[in-house]
Write a protein that binds this ligand. Structure first.
Ligand code: BGC
Length: 778
């Protein structure tokens, strides 16, 4: 297989190609699949992301470059990632005929994402209307070494003609967001400069419409043949919002010319507006001096290092292994190692849906991957929440609560970015209540911090940032709890739990448990901090006015929070009144073992039935497992499994993990496959809008927490209780724990080998038995 994919590319591209297990291959060109592939082949480096559009542009395309953290609202419903000018466009013409994928007959086509080195490679042979045949091969990367640099290189070979090729190097500032969605279309930037970059090349500067944040993009093209610059003429034109540089060069039949397009982007966030162009120019000079190959080599090294930490190897299940890698690839590529003011959007930097907003998806689905694999990125994600704590305080106050209430959807300023209204394709407007009621995100933020600290033991973060968030979120829950005198208990009314098909409800058991957990956690934390970090604790509690009386009041409340369940049983009630709803069970499964929507939902509203969108009670079992005994977990898992439609990609992985935990592994492997291939085969039909980020994190969790059975207890001790499926011969991966970096290998007999790669030798519990993890003997 490794060989087959390499054979699809010529000699000069071999260094950009990996073996088959690292390549996601597009075998043929179907315009109707363009948008899906743009998401699948999006390249990101934590700073920006560029979708996998074709260099020459195609009719069906949503060409986007997003800079993480650059949002704008303008006429739309919310602040969304603003589509930046398209730096990628590079068009070739022979006698005015565009040599493009949609203008010519396609004689051969292969495009592939090399996940190992984060490069997009392509090889096409095109025949134009006059019968001229041209082979174009290309390589594209977004440098991880120098995050402001991107490049694409074309190898152009005229196969049966000689002549002149004209090239257009374009920066297109006309791009808009939601270009194919009439009701959501919006232009987020305006032009501020369109000029030559520096003697040659193009420079386009735009600014976002609300904040007037300037971004400068410079590109230039180098054309060589046999090591010689072959550009004959070079002309710059500023066409409104498009900066275009024309170049031409002679070609001879059978000889390959190499066109390299270098691009650089900076924004006013990194340098002063006045210095923007100069900075782009300087970066471009350095980039050109370094050259495409040397920059790519540095970029490749970065990815070698990233994979060293993050790769998961599953022997015996190659295709699944590749799909798992695909999810890890996009997730790890998008997170920033250097910027704690940005988070990760629900569709990564890969598409328009959800405007690049961070949800509870970050803390509960993605963060575990980062905390165990890239702790510094995990810290950035949590620090982002700290930067936005003042806004969360204001949000709580504006809604009549205390403490800090995090928005359901979060962009750059911490205000609620979930739209109040939305428009359906048929034109009907509907009021969207998600932000009004879906309060559990605030508990997720708190949980994420506690989890991050448990896994990494980052006490510094806890003392300087985390504790404050935990206290303020506990305050929020206190103010959210309502005393019901006749029942002598506290209740939380008018919320939406993770299952969004029942909104709003009273006493969503997931929310109530997490509210209680938040209060309890902080009460305990206060004790520990007082004992172990007395001074820091005093400073913090004085600064935010946390008193012993307040903590005592929380203690009273937490013990009386209502947790609905069926009388006399351990069956949790998803929310008050859930058991009174019409009992509808899922009793049909399609060929992929996926729930078929019960017939009755054609005539009865889902909200009147017990059918739910996604893991809700089961999500609770996943997060707070230690609060429930095995029987309770089993009972609830099997009850809710029959009622869950998995209408959100946040659901299958949680059911897989919990299924394995409660001993019902029948569906776990299929759930994992479903999650791992979700975007690759466009299972939900919306991959065009971006990659499902929470699902990607869920895939990692299913392999590591589910099949490897890994967890860290409250004392920071590591446990592994493997349950590999029959399909796998072995599983191996690496994780960071506070003082060491470990490699864990599990074989088909479920035997576990743990090796210390770096740091201290450590204790680890394998199926409850204490083992010592040793360093590799030299
Ligand atoms: C899910 C939410 C999720 C959001 C963003 C929705 O469909 O119901 O739980 O946070 O998508 O991924």
């Amino acid at each position: 297989m490794g060989h087959t994919i390499k054979n699809k590319f010529s000699e000069q591209l071999q260094e950009y190609v990996s073996s088959g297990e690292w390549m996601i291959v597009q075998e043929d060109y179907k315009p109707e699949e363009n948008l899906k592939y743009e998401s699948l082949f999006c390249l990101t480096n934590g700073y920006l992301g560029t979708r996998g559009s074709h260099e020459e542009g195609t009719a069906r395309s949503i060409p986007c470059t997003y800079i993480n953290g650059v949002f704008d609202k303008s006429e739309t419903f919310m602040r969304e990632l603003a589509n930046m000018p398209n730096w990628l466009l590079l068009r070739l013409y022979v006698e005015k005929e565009l040599i493009g994928i949609e203008n010519c007959e396609i004689l051969s086509f292969t495009r592939a994402l090399n996940m190992r080195h984060a490069a997009l490679v392509k090889s096409v042979c095109l025949r134009d209307r006059k019968g001229r045949e041209t082979r174009i091969e290309s390589v594209r990367f977004i440098s991880r070494k120098h995050v402001h640099r991107m490049a694409v290189k074309l190898y152009v070979t005229p196969l049966n003609y000689s002549g002149i090729i004209e090239a257009e190097n374009i920066i297109d500032g006309t791009v808009i967001n939601f270009c194919d969605a009439p009701r959501f279309k919006v232009k987020h930037t305006y032009l501020t400069a369109n000029e030559v970059l520096e003697e040659k090349g193009a420079y386009l500067e735009t600014a976002t419409r609300d904040d007037h944040l300037h971004e400068g993009c410079g590109t230039c093209v180098q054309i060589v043949q046999g090591g010689r610059d072959v550009v004959k003429t070079n002309m710059f034109h500023s066409f409104g919002e498009q900066a275009v540089e024309f170049l031409d060069f002679d070609v001879c039949e059978g000889e390959t010319a190499e066109l390299t397009k270098y691009a650089v982007i900076y924004t006013e966030r990194e340098v002063k507006k006045e210095a923007l162009k100069e900075t782009v120019q300087k970066e471009m000079r350095d980039f050109r001096e370094t050259g495409f190959e040397a920059e790519f080599a540095m970029h490749k090294e970065c990815y070698e290092r990233l994979w060293q930490e993050a790769d998961i190897r599953i022997e015996g299940d190659g295709e699944l292994n590749k799909a798992v890698r695909f999810n890890i690839f996009h997730l790890m590529s998008t997170a920033s190692e250097f910027d704690s003011h940005v988070n990760i959007g629900a569709k990564l930097l890969h598409g328009e849906e959800y405007g690049g907003h961070a949800f509870w998806d970050t803390e509960l689905f993605m963060l575990p991957f980062f905390a165990y694999t890239f702790p510094e990125k995990a810290r950035n994600l949590e620090t982002y929440r700290y930067h936005l704590l003042p806004a969360a305080r204001e949000n709580a106050a504006a809604n009549g609560y205390r403490g800090a209430q995090y928005p359901w959807e979060s962009a750059d300023d911490g205000t609620e970015q979930c739209p109040d209204w939305t428009i359906e394709p048929d034109g009907t407007c509907y009021r969207c209540y998600v932000a009004v009621y879906e309060h559990h995100v605030t508990a997720a933020v708190a949980f994420g911090i506690a989890n991050y600290v448990r896994i990494t033991k980052d006490v510094d973060f806890l003392l300087h940032m985390g504790a404050e968030i935990l206290i303020e979120t506990a305050r929020f829950w206190m103010s959210r709890c309502q005393y019901i005198e006749e029942k002598d208990r506290y209740e939380i009314h008018q919320v939406t739990g993770p299952d969004e098909w029942h909104e709003p409800v009273d006493n969503n058991v997931y929310t109530n448990y997490l509210a209680r957990w938040n209060l309890r956690y902080v009460i305990e934390l206060a004790k520990t901090l007082r004992q172990e970090h007395g001074e820091a604790y005093t400073r913090l509690s004085e600064r935010i006015n946390l008193t012993e009386e307040e903590l005592a009041a929380w203690n009273k409340v937490q013990g009386k929070i209502y947790l609905p369940k069926k009388e006399g049983t351990q069956l949790l009630e998803q929310f008050e009144g859930y058991f009174d709803l019409k009992e509808v069970l899922i009793d049909k499964y399609d060929k992929n073992d996926w729930p078929v929507r019960p017939e009755i939902l054609k005539t009865t509203k889902t909200s009147e039935t017990q059918i739910i969108k996604q893991a809700d009670v089961v999500m609770l079992l996943h997060l707070l497992g230690e609060e429930f005994d095995e029987e309770t977990m089993k009972l609830n898992y099997s009850y809710y499994e029959k009622r869950t439609m998995h209408g959100s990609s946040l659901s299958p992985s949680i059911y897989a993990i919990m299924g394995l935990k409660v001993g019902d592994s029948s569906k776990a492997y299929r759930y994992l496959r479903r999650a791992a291939f979700l975007d690759l085969i466009d299972l939900q039909g919306n991959t065009r809008e971006g990659i499902h980020a929470a699902n990607a994190g869920g895939v990692w969790q299913t392999v590591i927490f589910g099949f490897a059975g890994l967890w860290t207890d409250d004392g920071g001790r590591l446990h592994v209780n493997p349950r590999l499926p029959g399909e796998w011969k072995s599983l191996s991966f690496r994780i960071h724990c506070p003082e060491s970096w470990l490699q864990i290998e599990i074989d088909e007999a479920q035997e576990v080998k743990v090796t210390v790669l770096e740091g201290k030798e450590t204790d680890i519990f394998v199926n409850g038995e204490l083992k010592k993890a040793r360093r590799i003997s030299q």
